[in-house]
Design a protein around this ligand. Structure first.
Ligand code: TRP
Ligand code: SF4
Length: 405
């Protein structure tokens, strides 16, 4: 839910892992591209998050960052619509992370599922660090500093958004009840006029006493329509509605990205760590060679053995890349042994290469002139900083560390 008077904002981050592959493109970036048309969109490179696990190899960082950003642009993320920036260039993220750490119980962080999971998965690396424990809290700071309404993430990240909500609630509870909060809220209600005031009180009771969720929604609508109360009063009444304090940090919602698992060249999930990827901007000869070498339904030993597309990783890719005509040609041909696997792969290879032409075309100007990418990011960082700084002023005010203002 956006705070009154503010546009709905979407925010997401990606760790800089270098060049992106088709799994990133179809699973994440195409979603970002749709979102940028609907929301005030902020997308950033989570380079500090990368350091929580790769603190020992910082030398790759810079290339990984620029390569990844070029892939975003190649995918069609549009800097005139979305704000693109790098986490470390907006140091307010670190300041908010630090301040939130003051109110975050260590046990909340220890029980985030990814904490133990990742430690086990990356058991070759010492992840018993302070920074790694704080990974999801840094993510909370990333989200809360922009007051994002929605956070598009995969299901592995939902717990991090949930933690973010808990932190926001705790913060608002601790610092959103300035002296006289209740009196101020009651005065603000009266300012809305008799009829609206009565309606607000009714909805508030319906929620607090009867737990009616839709009452919150209705009350938010009512508040958003009010012309004669200040923004501060609106915020106070948003908080008062749910029994808490003034909403300083907004609770975000996860926008779950459909678990679209991209099949890799060996039939496992496409992932850099399995070495089975096709990059978003890959070499045509390599695509040709690698797709030709992809495993198929093992039942098709000989050309005239019929097969079953559902047992074939090549079919998974057809499902993404081929239209209905090609797909029914594949199913028929495979099941009747009417086509061979090489025939079957041909239109797939063509579609992948075709798609890459567009991606490469969009990337070309940025590859030829790296200053263009740097400028996109520099102006994104500037815009992000302004928003982040505004939030920090409120946060510092809450903590009474704003000695000179
Ligand atoms: N942890 C996220 C990932 O690994 C990256 C990330 C960092 C992020 N900060 C974020 C995602 C804030 C969404 C919002 O994918
Ligand atoms: Fe797979 Fe196509 Fe061969 Fe069938 S014909 S096994 S779908 S590659």
């Amino acid at each position: 839910m956006a705070l009154p008077g503010q546009p709905e904002r979407v925010l997401s981050g990606m760790r800089p892992s270098g060049r992106l592959h088709l799994g990133h493109y179809h699973g994440v970036l195409k979603n970002w591209i749709n979102l940028q048309h609907e929301y005030d969109s902020f997308f950033f490179v989570a380079d500090w998050h990368a350091l929580t696990t790769h603190y020992d190899t910082p030398n790759q960082m810079e290339n990984n960052v620029w390569d990844m950003v070029i892939d975003w642009l190649a995918a069609g993320v549009d800097p005139s619509r979305a704000t693109l920036f790098i986490q470390s260039q907006v140091p307010e993220h670190a300041e908010l992370h630090l301040l939130l750490s003051m109110i975050t119980p260590v046990s909340w962080l220890e029980r985030v599922p990814s904490y133990k999971e990742q430690q086990e998965k990356l058991s070759g690396k010492d992840l018993s660090t302070y920074g790694f424990l704080g990974y999801p809290l840094l993510q909370s700071a990333d989200i809360l500093i922009y007051k994002a309404s929605y956070v598009p993430v995969g299901d592995d990240q939902v717990a991090h958004v949930e933690l973010t909500r808990e932190i926001a609630r705790r913060f608002n509870f601790l610092y959103g009840r300035d002296e006289g909060f209740i009196e101020k809220a009651e005065t603000a209600i009266d300012k809305m006029g008799k009829k609206n005031a009565r309606e607000y009180r009714r909805l508030r009771t319906a929620y607090i006493e009867q737990g009616q969720e839709d009452a919150v929604e209705l009350a938010h609508q009512l508040l958003n329509q009010q012309q004669n109360i200040t923004l501060g009063d609106k915020e106070r009444l948003f908080g008062y509605l749910e029994g808490g304090g003034r909403v300083i940090l907004a609770e975000p919602e996860a926008l779950l990205t459909e678990a679209s698992r991209m099949t890799g060249l060996d039939g496992q999930k496409m992932s850099k760590s399995y070495n089975n990827t096709i990059f978003m901007r890959d070499d045509e000869d390599r695509i040709n060679k690698e797709v030709k070498a992809m495993p198929t339904d093992p039942a098709r030993v000989r050309r005239d053995d019929p097969g079953d597309p559902d047992k074939c990783p090549v079919w998974d890719l057809h499902k993404i890349y081929s239209d209905e005509t090609v797909k029914s040609w594949v199913v028929d041909g495979c099941k009747t042994a009417g086509i061979g696997c090489i025939d079957c792969k041909k239109p797939l290879i063509d579609s992948i290469i075709d798609e890459q032409r567009t991606l490469k075309e969009r990337a070309r100007p940025y590859e030829e002139d790296p200053s263009l990418v740097r400028n996109v990011i520099a102006s994104g960082c500037e815009k992000a900083s302004e928003v982040a700084e505004e939030t920090m002023e409120e946060v510092r005010d809450c903590l009474n560390t704003d000695y000179y203002s």
